[in-house]
Structures are given as structure tokens and as C-alpha cells.
Design a protein around this ligand. Structure first.
Ligand SMILES: Cc1ncc(COP(=O)(O)O)c(C=O)c1O
Length: 394
């Protein structure tokens, strides 16, 4: 029977796999092969990483870009270069990916969890205001899922107190806040190029952008063993504790190919998101992503809310939609304040992050997905909502 759920033995809405992401082709393969043939594999021995940094900076209209091995290491060098360490507090949202906050622990500083906004799911400026103390050294504004955090309100808290505003734009390449590309507003903007991100540098990679010359120089130093500037012959002279967080030439070469397609990728994601929103918007109990005024979303993920009024358990819902052949998952079901890794951190209540953990689910809108794929998503969600609602009312 067509309306028997696949999870109960009914026919699946979709039998075939969804189009994969990222979309790599001969251009990426050729770029990486050229690097391998050249023998200039690293940032220390060839110019490919510097070329990627220049293009990434200029795509943002930023003065400096410092490429790194990952988004996590991008956030880490920003914190280290801002001299954040033992005894310092860094305010981070309670609802985000773990790596928005673990670099704070890497610096032996204390993460302070702030609650998030009910609609954008980004850090709540009101909650940040409540958490600020004389020990607050930085605020990490995560542009979660591709939606910009409320940068103006956060800046108004940070600037007069001399607190650094760090943007975690790992999920938000190209998102706009009041016409500014995210990453260009705070002291430092950190990006991830992990495999499924809006753009990748061959699977892993990251970058920080900044306008601040001194901060840029310091981040470069921390990225490379704390070594003094290399002019001519290397002196192997190390001014401070650093790491090897460098990007490889192969990563940068495919990153350049991907960066040149970023505008097209963003347009396709926005088109797919609009298509879904038009069709999911009228299903009672499901909220498609909210977009705040003055912002342009970049839809790294398309996050919906299953409202408690629907009377459907989120885990049952996600399992049933997945059984229909649709890629779907729960979005961050454990708030950071509840993560065992932060067991020694005292956390004030974050009620919005807590309830969102039981209400959000992720759909995909990456550029290779077509309207016909999205039609399957809508059909599966309608089928599952209607079946589970009936069950709930029996
Ligand atoms: C919000 C956020 N911050 C930081 C990171 C860390 O990036 P990476 O996985 O490249 O280390 C990610 C990556 O998934 C992320 O989603």
C-alpha cells in the first residue's frame, strides 16, 4: 500500500541514492596532478597555498587569509594569536558543532555556553550579555547552518569592553550580514573546507581571514611552529609555541578550482532551499528555515523544526523518513553543555538549545540536487507526518 511507511514494510518513496557532494571533476584532478608532478607539495616549497590565500582573501575583500589544515585549527590559531589562555573565558553557543568550542580547551581557557536564538539557531546576544564577566576575552559567533549570527548586537557587546569577536563561518561561506560577507566583520573569520562543506579543499582544510596585520602575522607564526618570519634562509628560530597546521599544495590546488565555482554553488543552494521552503511551508507542525532580515543564508544545511505541537517524536520521524530513502538526520541532538568532553565546565541553563536538540532535523540542498530529488523529500515528509500523526491520535 502506497501510504504504508517503508519502516513498516511499505514501498519506499525513493530507491536510488541522492546525488553526491562535493562535485569534483577533471579540473580538480588535473590541478592536483600538476602539483604532484611539480614536486612543490607544501606551503614551504611552492606558491600554491599562497595563491589560494590571495584568491580567498580577495573573494571576501579581506586583507589577509591564512590557510590551515582544518576549520578546527583555523579557530585554534585565532584564539592562540589573540593570546587567549588560562583563566580567560570565551563565550560560545551551546548549540553548534563541537569544534566551535574545543579549541578554547586546547588553549586551556574556559568555554562559557550561551543560549541560542529560537529562530536562527545562532548565539543569542541577550544570553551573551548575561554571560559576560571581567574574564571574558572573546565571543565566538557561529553562523550556524549558513545563517549569519546577529553580528551588530554582538559587536555592541564586544567592542566597548575590548572583547574579541571571532566569527566561526565554517558552515557559512558567502552568507551575508547587512551586505557584508560573513567572516569580514569580526577580528577574525574562520572557515572550514571539510569534504561536505559549501566548498572543499580536497577533503580537509581551513582558513582565517582578517584585516589586522599583526594578528595575521601572529596566526601565520602559530600555524608554523611559532617560527620567526622566513626571509631567505630559514633560521629555525622559534619565538613561541606553535603547531604544524599548514595546508598542503594539493589541498590548495583543488581549493582554487572549487573557489572559482563558489558563486554558482551558492546560487544553486539558495535555489534548492527556496524550492523546498515553498513546498514544506504548508505542512502543519514543520517549520522550514527562518531567514532574518538583513541576512542572506548560504544553506550549508537545510534545517527544519518539527514542532512539539505535531505530537511526533523526532527520533521516530527521522528514522521513518530515512527508511523512505531520503537522506535526513537529527541536528545536534546533544547540546555542548551536555557533552562529556565539557564535564568540568560549569554551565548555566540554555533552555532554547535544550529543546531545539529534540526538534531539529537536517535535509540536504547541495548544488547537485535537482527539483525531482526535492520532490521525493517533500513526498516522504508528507507521508511520514500524516502516518505518525494518525498514530498519535489513535
Ligand atoms: C561550526 C563549525 N565549526 C568548526 C568546524 C571545524 O571544521 P573542521 O571539520 O574543518 O575542522 C566545523 C566543521 O564541521 C563546523 O561545522
Amino acid at each position: 500500500m502506497a501510504d504504508t511507511l517503508a519502516i513498516n514494510g511499505g514501498q519506499k518513496i525513493r530507491e536510488t541514492a541522492f546525488p553526491p557532494w562535493p562535485a569534483l571533476d577533471d579540473r580538480d584532478v588535473d590541478a592536483v596532478s600538476a602539483v604532484l608532478r611539480s614536486g612543490g607539495l607544501t606551503q614551504l616549497t611552492a606558491g600554491t597555498v599562497a595563491e589560494f590565500e590571495n584568491e580567498f582573501a580577495s573573494w571576501h575583500g579581506a586583507k589577509h587569509a591564512i590557510a590551515t589544515s582544518s576549520g578546527t585549527t583555523a579557530i585554534h590559531i585565532a584564539l592562540a594569536a589573540l593570546d587567549i589562555g588560562t583563566g580567560d573565558e570565551v563565550i560560545v553557543p551551546a548549540h553548534t558543532f563541537i569544534a566551535s568550542a574545543t579549541p578554547v580547551l586546547h588553549q586551556n581557557a574556559t568555554p562559557v555556553f550561551a543560549d541560542v536564538d529560537e529562530h536562527t539557531f545562532c548565539i543569542s546576544p541577550e544570553s551573551v550579555e548575561e554571560r559576560v564577566t571581567s574574564r571574558t576575552k572573546a565571543i565566538i559567533a557561529v553562523h550556524l547552518n549558513g545563517h549569519p549570527a546577529h553580528l551588530k548586537a554582538l559587536q555592541e557587546i564586544a567592542e566597548p569592553r575590548g572583547i574579541a569577536l571571532i566569527e566561526d563561518a565554517a558552515q557559512a561561506h558567502g552568507a551575508l550580514y547587512r551586505d557584508h560577507k560573513v567572516g569580514t566583520v569580526g577580528a577574525a573569520g574562520c572557515f572550514s573546507f571539510w569534504e561536505d562543506k559549501i566548498m572543499t579543499t580536497g577533503g580537509e582544510g581551513g582558513c582565517v581571514i582578517t584585516e589586522d596585520d599583526a594578528l595575521a602575522q601572529r596566526m601565520r607564526r602559530v600555524r608554523h611552529h611559532g617560527e620567526g618570519p622566513i626571509e631567505g634562509e630559514r633560521a629555525y628560530y622559534h619565538l613561541e609555541l606553535g603547531y604544524n597546521y599548514r595546508m598542503t599544495s594539493m589541498q590548495a590546488a583543488t581549493g582554487l578550482v572549487q573557489l572559482r565555482q563558489l558563486d554558482d554553488y551558492l546560487e544553486a543552494r539558495r535555489r534548492n532551499a527556496a524550492y523546498l521552503t515553498e513546498r514544506l511551508g504548508d505542512i502543519a507542525g514543520i517549520d522550514p528555515p527562518f531567514v532574518d532580515e538583513f541576512t542572506v543564508h548560504s544553506y550549508y544545511k537545510y534545517i527544519c523544526r518539527l514542532r512539539p505541537e505535531a505530537g511526533i517524536d523526532i527520533a521516530d520521524f527521522v528514522r521513518a523518513v530515512a527508511a523512505e530513502g531520503i537522506p535526513i538526520s537529527r541536528r545536534y541532538p546533544t547540546p555542548l553543555s551536555e557533552q562529556p568532553v565539557f564535564r568540568d565546565v560549569e554551565a548555566a541553563p540554555c533552555p532554547t538549545a535544550d529543546h531545539l536538540a529534540n526538534e531539529l532535523f537536517t535535509l540536504l540542498v547541495h548544488p547537485t540536487i535537482t527539483n525531482s530529488d526535492l520532490d521525493d523529500v517533500v513526498q516522504a515528509i508528507k507521508k511520514v507526518v500524516s502516518a505518525l500523526r494518525k498514530l498519535g491520535s489513535e
